[in-house]
Design a protein around this ligand. Sequence first.
Ligand code: ASP
Length: 344
Amino acid sequence: MATTGTLLTSNSPGNKLPRVIILATGGTIAGAAESSTQTGYVSGQMTVAAMLAAVPETNDIARLSGEQLANVGSQDMTFKIMITLAKRINELLADENISGVVVTHGTDTMEETAHFLNLTVKSRKPVVLTGAMRPATAVSADGPLNLFNSVAVAADPQAAERGALVVMNDRIHGAHSLTKTNTTSVETFLSPLNGLIGTVNYGHTRYFRKPFRRHTFLSEFDVDGVATLPRVDIIYACIDMPADLIDGSVAGGARGIVIAGDGNGNMNTATLERAARAAQQGVVLVRSSRVPTGRVGRNVEVDDDRHGFIASDELNPAKARILLMLALLKERSLKDIQQLFFDY
Ligand code: ASP
């Protein structure tokens, strides 16, 4: 989809409000149903201009321009779109007249795009992702207030140097910690491991902390000149899991595999043996966890040193996969890759 800019509010020299750019990618925030109480709906139906027209109050807090980068349910988000998004944000935020960026996005994979942008945007300025759990046509749609609050955070100089943020339901989450926890509730995102970055209530912001890990302007990852990322698969551990899933991934060309392990990154003995064999062949094996919160430590029940595995530390499987994909863009030792999981 073309990245055409639409001026949404007055850009006259008299208007001194901060300039914020909305990059729209689709999701339920742009979704529509036939009736206001229907559970079934289609994501990515409304344009960025239509979404903003529903919240004229945003014009009181920022000068807005919108660009439609895509219009998909985030289950159809791709690395191609994410790379385009990161490059566009880097271009926009290099402009001294632009204060911040808001990305509208589906909630299903929002934590993945947030984490990706947290690693690849090269700016101290605010990058805020937002979305909605209820389509724009629903009773009590949550998108308009989420959008208003996101613009407030993107326009706020105090939001700087906090990495990519997700603003939903009055909460400001950091990209590293947040995760989607409920399939339908508006209170779906939580930051169980490290807590919230802050709150935002009708545009009034409060901040509690900065992220502890490296991100954005402190990140070594760069998507300039990058068009695709190496394949990394996720394999979900469970009772009696079939060990040949590992072989399937390796045969399919995966350069890395993330195990969504039981508990502290465990898997059954049969899978462990195949995983160790894959690691010997040069596939990078990361142990993460299917448990929603907690760290995966090295050498707890699995001998990572002996098998040549990486422990994901605080990253859930989907985020561990993204870090590994970026890590594999260049030659690195296993020791260096493990260090990335402690640093980011
Ligand atoms: N499937 C939708 C999406 O991720 C759900 C949402 O946006 O809440 O695009």
